[in-house]
Write a protein that binds this ligand. Structure first.
Ligand code: UD1
Length: 420
Protein backbone atom coordinates (compact mmCIF):
# COMPACT_ATOMS: atom_id res chain seq x y z
CA UNK A 1 0.00 0.00 0.00
CA UNK A 2 1.11 3.55 -0.68
CA UNK A 3 -0.10 6.37 1.53
CA UNK A 4 0.05 9.78 -0.15
CA UNK A 5 -0.54 13.12 1.53
CA UNK A 6 -1.47 15.86 -0.91
CA UNK A 7 -1.32 18.38 -2.32
CA UNK A 8 2.42 18.13 -2.94
CA UNK A 9 4.76 20.75 -4.30
CA UNK A 10 7.77 19.17 -6.03
CA UNK A 11 11.20 20.53 -6.82
CA UNK A 12 14.56 19.26 -8.01
CA UNK A 13 15.79 16.73 -10.54
CA UNK A 14 14.72 13.15 -11.30
CA UNK A 15 17.06 10.58 -12.77
CA UNK A 16 15.30 8.59 -15.46
CA UNK A 17 16.05 4.85 -15.57
CA UNK A 18 16.62 2.59 -18.56
CA UNK A 19 13.59 1.69 -20.66
CA UNK A 20 11.66 -1.31 -19.36
CA UNK A 21 10.21 -2.25 -22.73
CA UNK A 22 13.57 -2.02 -24.49
CA UNK A 23 15.28 -4.05 -21.81
CA UNK A 24 12.65 -6.83 -21.96
CA UNK A 25 12.91 -7.27 -25.73
CA UNK A 26 16.69 -6.98 -25.63
CA UNK A 27 16.96 -9.65 -22.92
CA UNK A 28 15.00 -11.97 -25.22
CA UNK A 29 17.36 -11.03 -28.08
CA UNK A 30 20.41 -12.18 -26.13
CA UNK A 31 19.12 -15.72 -26.74
CA UNK A 32 20.25 -15.22 -30.33
CA UNK A 33 23.85 -14.86 -29.26
CA UNK A 34 26.17 -17.74 -28.24
CA UNK A 35 28.61 -15.27 -26.68
CA UNK A 36 28.81 -12.80 -23.74
CA UNK A 37 26.23 -10.01 -23.72
CA UNK A 38 26.61 -7.09 -21.33
CA UNK A 39 23.60 -4.81 -20.98
CA UNK A 40 24.01 -1.47 -19.22
CA UNK A 41 21.39 0.95 -17.85
CA UNK A 42 19.06 -1.99 -17.08
CA UNK A 43 16.29 -0.85 -14.71
CA UNK A 44 15.69 -2.76 -11.51
CA UNK A 45 12.09 -3.89 -11.88
CA UNK A 46 9.90 -6.89 -11.14
CA UNK A 47 9.31 -7.41 -14.89
CA UNK A 48 13.05 -7.52 -15.56
CA UNK A 49 13.52 -10.09 -12.78
CA UNK A 50 10.73 -12.20 -14.28
CA UNK A 51 12.28 -12.09 -17.72
CA UNK A 52 15.55 -13.13 -16.05
CA UNK A 53 13.76 -16.13 -14.52
CA UNK A 54 12.40 -17.14 -17.94
CA UNK A 55 15.91 -16.96 -19.44
CA UNK A 56 17.38 -18.94 -16.51
CA UNK A 57 14.75 -21.64 -17.03
CA UNK A 58 16.01 -21.96 -20.62
CA UNK A 59 19.56 -22.52 -19.38
CA UNK A 60 20.91 -18.97 -19.67
CA UNK A 61 23.38 -17.67 -17.07
CA UNK A 62 22.69 -14.18 -15.74
CA UNK A 63 24.69 -11.99 -13.40
CA UNK A 64 23.47 -8.62 -12.18
CA UNK A 65 25.57 -5.85 -10.70
CA UNK A 66 23.65 -2.60 -10.16
CA UNK A 67 22.41 -1.53 -13.58
CA UNK A 68 24.65 -3.98 -15.46
CA UNK A 69 23.26 -7.32 -16.55
CA UNK A 70 25.64 -9.95 -17.94
CA UNK A 71 23.93 -12.65 -19.98
CA UNK A 72 25.53 -15.83 -21.27
CA UNK A 73 23.23 -17.83 -23.53
CA UNK A 74 25.92 -20.20 -24.87
CA UNK A 75 24.20 -23.28 -23.54
CA UNK A 76 20.47 -23.39 -24.02
CA UNK A 77 19.21 -26.50 -22.29
CA UNK A 78 15.61 -26.41 -23.54
CA UNK A 79 13.46 -24.75 -26.18
CA UNK A 80 10.41 -24.74 -23.91
CA UNK A 81 9.51 -21.76 -21.73
CA UNK A 82 7.65 -22.66 -18.50
CA UNK A 83 4.01 -21.58 -18.24
CA UNK A 84 4.28 -20.58 -14.58
CA UNK A 85 6.80 -17.88 -15.53
CA UNK A 86 5.36 -16.80 -18.89
CA UNK A 87 1.89 -16.20 -17.47
CA UNK A 88 3.33 -13.62 -15.06
CA UNK A 89 4.90 -11.53 -17.83
CA UNK A 90 3.38 -11.12 -21.29
CA UNK A 91 6.65 -9.87 -22.76
CA UNK A 92 8.28 -13.23 -22.04
CA UNK A 93 6.40 -14.53 -25.08
CA UNK A 94 9.02 -12.55 -27.05
CA UNK A 95 11.51 -15.42 -26.49
CA UNK A 96 9.70 -17.39 -29.21
CA UNK A 97 11.46 -15.63 -32.12
CA UNK A 98 15.05 -15.96 -30.84
CA UNK A 99 14.53 -19.56 -29.65
CA UNK A 100 13.17 -20.59 -33.02
CA UNK A 101 15.96 -18.78 -34.88
CA UNK A 102 18.72 -20.26 -32.75
CA UNK A 103 17.43 -23.79 -32.12
CA UNK A 104 14.98 -24.34 -34.98
CA UNK A 105 12.26 -25.13 -32.46
CA UNK A 106 10.40 -23.25 -29.71
CA UNK A 107 7.55 -24.04 -27.37
CA UNK A 108 6.14 -21.04 -25.54
CA UNK A 109 2.83 -20.91 -23.63
CA UNK A 110 0.22 -18.38 -24.76
CA UNK A 111 0.60 -15.53 -22.31
CA UNK A 112 -3.16 -14.94 -21.99
CA UNK A 113 -4.98 -11.64 -21.69
CA UNK A 114 -4.36 -8.94 -19.15
CA UNK A 115 -6.18 -6.10 -17.43
CA UNK A 116 -5.96 -3.76 -20.44
CA UNK A 117 -7.16 -6.16 -23.16
CA UNK A 118 -7.15 -9.59 -24.76
CA UNK A 119 -3.74 -9.06 -26.40
CA UNK A 120 -3.63 -11.89 -28.94
CA UNK A 121 -0.37 -13.09 -30.55
CA UNK A 122 -1.74 -13.84 -34.03
CA UNK A 123 0.56 -11.30 -35.70
CA UNK A 124 3.65 -12.85 -34.07
CA UNK A 125 2.51 -16.27 -35.28
CA UNK A 126 1.81 -15.15 -38.85
CA UNK A 127 5.17 -13.41 -38.99
CA UNK A 128 7.01 -16.58 -37.94
CA UNK A 129 5.02 -18.59 -40.50
CA UNK A 130 6.11 -16.16 -43.20
CA UNK A 131 9.71 -17.04 -42.26
CA UNK A 132 9.03 -20.70 -42.96
CA UNK A 133 8.02 -21.91 -39.50
CA UNK A 134 5.28 -24.45 -38.82
CA UNK A 135 3.27 -23.08 -35.94
CA UNK A 136 0.38 -24.68 -34.12
CA UNK A 137 -1.25 -24.20 -30.77
CA UNK A 138 -1.93 -27.20 -28.57
CA UNK A 139 -3.16 -27.12 -24.96
CA UNK A 140 -2.32 -23.43 -24.63
CA UNK A 141 1.24 -23.83 -25.90
CA UNK A 142 2.51 -22.31 -29.14
CA UNK A 143 4.72 -24.89 -30.90
CA UNK A 144 6.96 -23.52 -33.64
CA UNK A 145 9.34 -25.54 -35.83
CA UNK A 146 11.42 -24.74 -38.86
CA UNK A 147 9.79 -26.43 -41.88
CA UNK A 148 11.16 -29.67 -43.33
CA UNK A 149 13.42 -30.56 -40.42
CA UNK A 150 15.87 -27.80 -41.38
CA UNK A 151 17.50 -25.67 -38.71
CA UNK A 152 17.36 -22.27 -40.29
CA UNK A 153 14.39 -20.01 -40.94
CA UNK A 154 14.07 -18.55 -44.41
CA UNK A 155 13.79 -14.80 -45.07
CA UNK A 156 10.35 -13.66 -46.23
CA UNK A 157 8.11 -10.68 -46.84
CA UNK A 158 5.69 -9.76 -44.07
CA UNK A 159 2.98 -7.12 -43.99
CA UNK A 160 1.70 -6.54 -40.47
CA UNK A 161 -2.05 -5.77 -40.37
CA UNK A 162 -1.30 -3.54 -37.39
CA UNK A 163 2.10 -2.07 -36.44
CA UNK A 164 2.38 -4.22 -33.31
CA UNK A 165 5.50 -3.52 -31.26
CA UNK A 166 5.82 -7.11 -30.05
CA UNK A 167 5.17 -8.71 -33.46
CA UNK A 168 7.71 -6.40 -35.15
CA UNK A 169 10.26 -7.38 -32.50
CA UNK A 170 9.50 -11.10 -32.76
CA UNK A 171 9.91 -11.14 -36.54
CA UNK A 172 12.99 -8.91 -36.46
CA UNK A 173 14.75 -11.15 -33.94
CA UNK A 174 13.81 -14.34 -35.79
CA UNK A 175 14.96 -12.88 -39.13
CA UNK A 176 18.45 -11.89 -37.91
CA UNK A 177 19.59 -15.53 -38.20
CA UNK A 178 17.35 -16.54 -41.14
CA UNK A 179 18.65 -17.53 -44.53
CA UNK A 180 18.20 -14.54 -46.88
CA UNK A 181 16.33 -11.25 -46.76
CA UNK A 182 13.26 -10.39 -44.70
CA UNK A 183 11.13 -7.30 -45.25
CA UNK A 184 8.68 -6.22 -42.55
CA UNK A 185 6.11 -3.78 -43.88
CA UNK A 186 3.85 -1.63 -41.68
CA UNK A 187 6.37 -2.24 -38.90
CA UNK A 188 6.10 -0.56 -35.50
CA UNK A 189 8.32 2.54 -35.32
CA UNK A 190 8.65 2.76 -31.52
CA UNK A 191 12.07 3.78 -30.10
CA UNK A 192 12.22 0.39 -28.34
CA UNK A 193 12.10 -1.33 -31.75
CA UNK A 194 15.02 0.85 -32.84
CA UNK A 195 16.91 0.04 -29.64
CA UNK A 196 16.41 -3.66 -30.29
CA UNK A 197 17.62 -3.26 -33.89
CA UNK A 198 20.66 -1.33 -32.65
CA UNK A 199 21.77 -4.02 -30.22
CA UNK A 200 21.21 -6.72 -32.85
CA UNK A 201 23.35 -4.68 -35.26
CA UNK A 202 26.00 -4.30 -32.56
CA UNK A 203 25.98 -8.13 -32.36
CA UNK A 204 26.54 -8.36 -36.12
CA UNK A 205 22.98 -8.51 -37.49
CA UNK A 206 22.22 -6.72 -40.75
CA UNK A 207 19.13 -4.57 -40.18
CA UNK A 208 18.09 -1.40 -42.03
CA UNK A 209 15.09 0.86 -41.64
CA UNK A 210 14.22 0.32 -37.94
CA UNK A 211 12.23 3.39 -36.87
CA UNK A 212 10.48 3.55 -40.26
CA UNK A 213 7.52 1.58 -41.55
CA UNK A 214 9.71 -0.82 -43.54
CA UNK A 215 12.48 -2.86 -41.95
CA UNK A 216 14.93 -4.93 -44.02
CA UNK A 217 16.88 -7.72 -42.40
CA UNK A 218 19.58 -9.74 -44.12
CA UNK A 219 20.12 -12.91 -42.16
CA UNK A 220 23.60 -13.77 -40.87
CA UNK A 221 24.77 -17.17 -39.64
CA UNK A 222 25.83 -16.13 -36.14
CA UNK A 223 25.87 -13.13 -33.77
CA UNK A 224 28.75 -12.14 -31.50
CA UNK A 225 29.43 -10.59 -28.07
CA UNK A 226 28.10 -7.12 -27.23
CA UNK A 227 28.27 -4.42 -24.58
CA UNK A 228 25.23 -2.17 -24.93
CA UNK A 229 23.44 0.61 -23.00
CA UNK A 230 19.61 0.61 -22.94
CA UNK A 231 17.91 3.90 -23.90
CA UNK A 232 16.19 6.00 -21.20
CA UNK A 233 12.56 5.14 -20.43
CA UNK A 234 10.37 7.62 -22.31
CA UNK A 235 7.26 6.55 -20.39
CA UNK A 236 8.88 7.02 -16.99
CA UNK A 237 10.12 10.41 -18.25
CA UNK A 238 6.63 11.36 -19.46
CA UNK A 239 5.13 10.28 -16.14
CA UNK A 240 7.47 12.62 -14.25
CA UNK A 241 6.69 15.50 -16.63
CA UNK A 242 3.02 14.97 -15.79
CA UNK A 243 3.95 14.82 -12.08
CA UNK A 244 5.41 18.32 -12.48
CA UNK A 245 2.37 19.57 -14.38
CA UNK A 246 -0.28 18.10 -12.09
CA UNK A 247 1.38 19.44 -8.91
CA UNK A 248 2.15 22.76 -10.65
CA UNK A 249 5.81 22.27 -9.84
CA UNK A 250 8.92 23.09 -11.81
CA UNK A 251 11.20 20.05 -12.01
CA UNK A 252 13.91 18.74 -14.31
CA UNK A 253 14.26 15.22 -15.70
CA UNK A 254 17.10 13.38 -17.36
CA UNK A 255 18.70 11.62 -19.04
CA UNK A 256 16.06 11.53 -21.78
CA UNK A 257 16.03 11.48 -25.55
CA UNK A 258 13.71 14.48 -26.10
CA UNK A 259 12.86 13.29 -29.61
CA UNK A 260 11.16 10.20 -28.10
CA UNK A 261 8.85 12.45 -26.07
CA UNK A 262 7.61 14.62 -28.95
CA UNK A 263 3.92 13.71 -28.73
CA UNK A 264 3.90 14.05 -24.93
CA UNK A 265 5.74 17.40 -25.01
CA UNK A 266 3.40 18.66 -27.72
CA UNK A 267 0.33 17.89 -25.60
CA UNK A 268 1.84 19.41 -22.45
CA UNK A 269 2.59 22.58 -24.40
CA UNK A 270 -0.90 22.53 -25.92
CA UNK A 271 -2.42 22.78 -22.43
CA UNK A 272 -0.10 25.60 -21.37
CA UNK A 273 2.98 24.02 -19.77
CA UNK A 274 6.43 25.02 -21.01
CA UNK A 275 9.03 22.34 -21.69
CA UNK A 276 12.53 23.75 -21.79
CA UNK A 277 15.41 21.78 -23.26
CA UNK A 278 18.19 22.49 -20.75
CA UNK A 279 20.70 20.18 -22.31
CA UNK A 280 20.71 17.60 -25.06
CA UNK A 281 19.34 15.03 -22.58
CA UNK A 282 17.65 17.10 -19.88
CA UNK A 283 14.22 18.75 -19.81
CA UNK A 284 12.62 21.24 -17.45
CA UNK A 285 8.88 21.52 -17.09
CA UNK A 286 7.43 24.89 -16.17
CA UNK A 287 3.75 24.23 -15.51
CA UNK A 288 0.90 26.66 -16.14
CA UNK A 289 -1.03 27.96 -13.14
CA UNK A 290 -4.14 26.46 -14.72
CA UNK A 291 -3.81 23.96 -17.56
CA UNK A 292 -6.24 24.11 -20.48
CA UNK A 293 -8.32 21.23 -21.85
CA UNK A 294 -7.32 19.26 -24.94
CA UNK A 295 -8.26 16.18 -26.97
CA UNK A 296 -6.01 13.15 -27.19
CA UNK A 297 -6.15 10.01 -29.29
CA UNK A 298 -3.68 7.22 -28.60
CA UNK A 299 -1.81 5.93 -31.65
CA UNK A 300 1.23 3.82 -32.49
CA UNK A 301 4.49 5.82 -32.38
CA UNK A 302 5.08 8.63 -33.35
CA UNK A 303 1.49 9.24 -32.21
CA UNK A 304 0.48 9.78 -28.59
CA UNK A 305 1.49 6.67 -26.55
CA UNK A 306 -1.20 4.54 -24.95
CA UNK A 307 1.23 4.05 -22.06
CA UNK A 308 0.84 7.78 -21.20
CA UNK A 309 -2.95 7.89 -21.56
CA UNK A 310 -3.94 7.24 -17.91
CA UNK A 311 -1.42 9.79 -16.58
CA UNK A 312 -2.78 12.49 -18.94
CA UNK A 313 -6.32 11.59 -17.88
CA UNK A 314 -5.38 12.46 -14.27
CA UNK A 315 -3.89 15.76 -15.46
CA UNK A 316 -6.85 16.70 -17.68
CA UNK A 317 -9.23 15.87 -14.81
CA UNK A 318 -7.86 19.02 -13.16
CA UNK A 319 -7.69 21.22 -16.24
CA UNK A 320 -9.97 24.06 -17.23
CA UNK A 321 -12.72 22.87 -19.58
CA UNK A 322 -13.76 19.69 -21.38
CA UNK A 323 -11.28 17.19 -22.83
CA UNK A 324 -11.73 13.94 -24.70
CA UNK A 325 -9.38 10.98 -24.64
CA UNK A 326 -9.84 8.24 -27.23
CA UNK A 327 -8.03 4.96 -26.62
CA UNK A 328 -7.43 3.17 -29.91
CA UNK A 329 -4.59 0.75 -29.09
CA UNK A 330 -6.05 -1.40 -26.30
CA UNK A 331 -9.74 -2.22 -25.90
CA UNK A 332 -9.99 -2.09 -22.12
CA UNK A 333 -7.73 0.65 -20.95
CA UNK A 334 -10.06 3.10 -19.22
CA UNK A 335 -10.42 1.32 -15.90
CA UNK A 336 -8.78 4.15 -13.99
CA UNK A 337 -11.78 6.38 -14.77
CA UNK A 338 -13.92 4.97 -11.95
CA UNK A 339 -11.04 5.38 -9.49
CA UNK A 340 -10.31 8.97 -10.58
CA UNK A 341 -14.01 9.73 -10.18
CA UNK A 342 -13.82 8.44 -6.59
CA UNK A 343 -11.29 11.22 -6.03
CA UNK A 344 -13.74 13.83 -7.32
CA UNK A 345 -12.97 13.80 -11.06
CA UNK A 346 -15.85 14.19 -13.51
CA UNK A 347 -15.20 11.70 -16.31
CA UNK A 348 -17.68 9.71 -18.39
CA UNK A 349 -16.84 6.74 -20.60
CA UNK A 350 -18.57 6.13 -23.92
CA UNK A 351 -17.10 3.16 -25.77
CA UNK A 352 -13.39 3.89 -26.14
CA UNK A 353 -13.83 7.61 -25.40
CA UNK A 354 -13.45 9.30 -22.04
CA UNK A 355 -15.14 12.69 -21.75
CA UNK A 356 -13.43 14.68 -19.06
CA UNK A 357 -15.01 17.70 -17.46
CA UNK A 358 -12.20 19.50 -15.63
CA UNK A 359 -12.73 20.13 -11.91
CA UNK A 360 -10.85 22.65 -9.71
CA UNK A 361 -9.64 20.06 -7.21
CA UNK A 362 -9.47 16.36 -6.39
CA UNK A 363 -9.73 14.93 -2.91
CA UNK A 364 -7.74 12.07 -1.44
CA UNK A 365 -9.50 8.69 -1.29
CA UNK A 366 -8.71 4.98 -1.10
CA UNK A 367 -8.06 3.79 -4.68
CA UNK A 368 -6.97 0.58 -6.39
CA UNK A 369 -4.70 0.31 -9.45
CA UNK A 370 -5.55 -2.37 -12.00
CA UNK A 371 -2.45 -2.19 -14.20
CA UNK A 372 0.90 -0.45 -14.41
CA UNK A 373 0.02 2.88 -16.05
CA UNK A 374 -3.38 3.29 -14.39
CA UNK A 375 -1.55 2.86 -11.09
CA UNK A 376 0.85 5.65 -12.06
CA UNK A 377 -2.11 7.87 -12.90
CA UNK A 378 -3.68 7.29 -9.48
CA UNK A 379 -0.43 8.11 -7.69
CA UNK A 380 -0.16 11.34 -9.73
CA UNK A 381 -3.76 12.21 -8.84
CA UNK A 382 -2.95 11.47 -5.19
CA UNK A 383 -0.03 13.94 -5.30
CA UNK A 384 -2.34 16.69 -6.53
CA UNK A 385 -5.40 15.85 -4.41
CA UNK A 386 -6.28 17.45 -1.08
CA UNK A 387 -5.78 15.09 1.84
CA UNK A 388 -4.86 11.46 2.15
CA UNK A 389 -4.91 8.92 -0.69
CA UNK A 390 -4.39 5.25 0.04
CA UNK A 391 -3.24 3.48 -3.10
CA UNK A 392 -3.40 -0.28 -3.45
CA UNK A 393 -1.64 -1.99 -6.33
CA UNK A 394 2.06 -1.54 -5.61
CA UNK A 395 2.73 -4.84 -7.38
CA UNK A 396 1.76 -3.08 -10.63
CA UNK A 397 3.98 -0.04 -9.99
CA UNK A 398 6.95 -2.21 -9.04
CA UNK A 399 6.65 -3.97 -12.40
CA UNK A 400 7.54 -0.87 -14.33
CA UNK A 401 8.74 2.10 -12.25
CA UNK A 402 12.14 1.86 -10.61
CA UNK A 403 11.84 3.19 -7.06
CA UNK A 404 8.93 5.47 -7.88
CA UNK A 405 8.20 6.48 -4.32
CA UNK A 406 11.89 7.05 -3.55
CA UNK A 407 12.22 9.32 -6.59
CA UNK A 408 9.02 11.22 -5.71
CA UNK A 409 10.13 11.63 -2.10
CA UNK A 410 13.43 13.08 -3.28
CA UNK A 411 11.38 15.70 -5.12
CA UNK A 412 9.58 16.55 -1.88
CA UNK A 413 6.38 14.50 -2.20
CA UNK A 414 4.89 13.19 1.03
CA UNK A 415 4.23 9.49 0.59
CA UNK A 416 5.01 6.26 2.39
CA UNK A 417 5.06 2.61 1.41
CA UNK A 418 3.11 0.74 4.07
CA UNK A 419 3.89 -2.94 4.48
CA UNK A 420 0.74 -5.02 5.00
C1 UD1 B 1 4.11 -3.03 -26.19
C2 UD1 B 1 4.53 -2.51 -24.85
C3 UD1 B 1 3.35 -1.89 -24.11
C4 UD1 B 1 2.65 -0.86 -24.97
C5 UD1 B 1 2.32 -1.43 -26.34
C6 UD1 B 1 1.75 -0.41 -27.30
C7 UD1 B 1 6.33 -4.05 -24.33
C8 UD1 B 1 6.85 -5.10 -23.42
N1 UD1 B 1 5.10 -3.60 -24.07
O1 UD1 B 1 3.19 -4.10 -25.95
O2 UD1 B 1 3.82 -1.28 -22.91
O3 UD1 B 1 1.46 -0.45 -24.34
O4 UD1 B 1 3.51 -1.99 -26.95
O5 UD1 B 1 2.62 0.67 -27.43
O6 UD1 B 1 7.04 -3.58 -25.19
N2 UD1 B 1 -2.18 -7.21 -31.27
C9 UD1 B 1 -2.86 -8.18 -31.97
N3 UD1 B 1 -2.19 -9.31 -32.36
C10 UD1 B 1 -0.86 -9.49 -32.07
C11 UD1 B 1 -0.16 -8.48 -31.38
C12 UD1 B 1 -0.85 -7.35 -30.99
O7 UD1 B 1 -4.06 -8.04 -32.22
O8 UD1 B 1 -0.30 -10.53 -32.47
C13 UD1 B 1 -2.90 -5.99 -30.81
C14 UD1 B 1 -2.92 -5.88 -29.28
O9 UD1 B 1 -3.94 -6.66 -28.71
C15 UD1 B 1 -3.12 -4.39 -29.08
C16 UD1 B 1 -2.36 -3.79 -30.28
O10 UD1 B 1 -2.20 -4.84 -31.22
O11 UD1 B 1 -4.48 -4.07 -29.17
C17 UD1 B 1 -1.00 -3.23 -29.92
O12 UD1 B 1 -0.22 -4.22 -29.32
P1 UD1 B 1 1.36 -4.31 -29.44
O13 UD1 B 1 1.87 -3.11 -30.17
O14 UD1 B 1 1.72 -5.65 -29.92
O15 UD1 B 1 1.78 -4.17 -27.92
P2 UD1 B 1 2.80 -5.10 -27.12
O16 UD1 B 1 3.99 -5.38 -27.94
O17 UD1 B 1 2.06 -6.23 -26.48
Amino acid sequence: MLQIWGPSRLQGHVKISGAKNSALAIMAATLLCPDDCRLRNVPSLADINRMGEVLSALGVKLKRNEDILDIDARDLKTSEAPYELVRKLRASFFVIGPLLARLGVARVPLPGGCAIGARPVDLHVRGLQALGADVYIDKGIVHAYVNGGKQRLKGGKIYLDYPSVGATETVMMAATLADGETIIENAAQEPEVVDLANICRAMGAKIEGAGTKTININGVSQLHAVNYPIIPDRIEAGTFLVAGAITRSEITIGPVIPEHLRAVIFKLEAIGAKIIREDSDRLRIVPAYQHAATNIETQPYPGFPTDMQPQFMALLALSDGNSTITETVFENRLRHVAELNRMGADIRVKGNHAIIHGVPRLSGAPVVGTDLRSSAALVLAGLAADGETTFQGLQHLDRGYEQLEVKLKKLGAKLERIKP
